[in-house]
Design a protein around this ligand. Structure first.
Ligand code: ADE
Length: 220
């Protein structure tokens, strides 16, 4: 799967070169490419923003530089996503849907915003990572790349995806490992029994119990 990120701050994305996503890139399961919107400025000072028509505080990113950055990576099957608090809230269902795409172009906003004309021209879907405002779309873009990449074949073991929180509409059951006794606390007996059916039943019940307690809204 290919991701192209249109951003003014490509250096903010260092974290996605580590751990599981780092390995996924090395193994060419995902390809993450950054396009610095500033590279498309025609201004001698590399300016990309200007004051808003109609007045008001802050600056607005010009449509022409964003459009040129988009044109430098667009393909016929690319889906363009704009990270904005005005978008549809990201959840596991949307993550799974996006993971079926071949090519995502992710546009990160900054400052007061981006000229509406280029958004109208290129954006297919607006996505928010929650009802709060961040300083820019870079961290939301990383959240999107991370959550979507987990569904790309080979990035994780199949079972990890099937058993995790949200994938079956429930939260995940609790996990235990050695030592068998920690600060006087033991491990639930059934997990030591080797009885796979009983273990599965216990885990299903725990998932349900935890979901009821922590996220009853998921059961509605
Ligand atoms: N940009 C700023 N805040 C954001 C949010 N909550 N989700 C997506 N993009 C954003």
């Amino acid at each position: 799967m290919r991701f192209d990120v249109l951003t003014l701050f490509p250096e903010m994305f260092e974290p996605i070169n580590k751990s599981i996503l780092g390995r996924a890139q090395e193994e060419k399961l995902i390809n993450v490419n950054f396009v610095n919107i500033r590279d498309f400025s025609v201004d001698k000072h590399k300016k990309v923003d200007d004051t808003p028509y109609g007045g008001g505080a802050g600056m607005v990113i010009r449509p022409d530089v964003v459009y040129k950055s988009y044109q430098s990576v667009k393909t016929s099957n690319a889906k363009v996503i704009y990270m904005t608090p005005q978008g549809k809230t990201l959840n596991q269902r949307l993550v799974e849907k996006l993971s079926k795409e071949k090519h995502l172009i992710i546009l990160c906003g900054h400052y007061e915003g981006i000229d509406q004309r280029v958004l109208d021209k290129i954006v297919d879907e607006e996505i928010s990572i929650g009802d709060y405002v961040l300083t820019g779309g870079e961290i939301p873009a990383m959240v999107l790349i991370d959550s979507v990449s987990r569904y790309v074949e080979g990035v994780l073991k199949k079972e990890s995806i099937q058993e995790e929180s949200f994938s079956n509409g429930l939260l995940e059951y609790p996990q235990y490992t050695r030592p068998e006794i920690f600060e006087g606390e033991t491990v639930p007996e059934v997990l030591l029994s080797g009885h796979h059916q009983n273990i599965e039943k216990w885990r299903k019940n725990k998932s349900l119990e935890i979901t009821k307690k922590k996220r009853p809204d998921l059961l509605k």
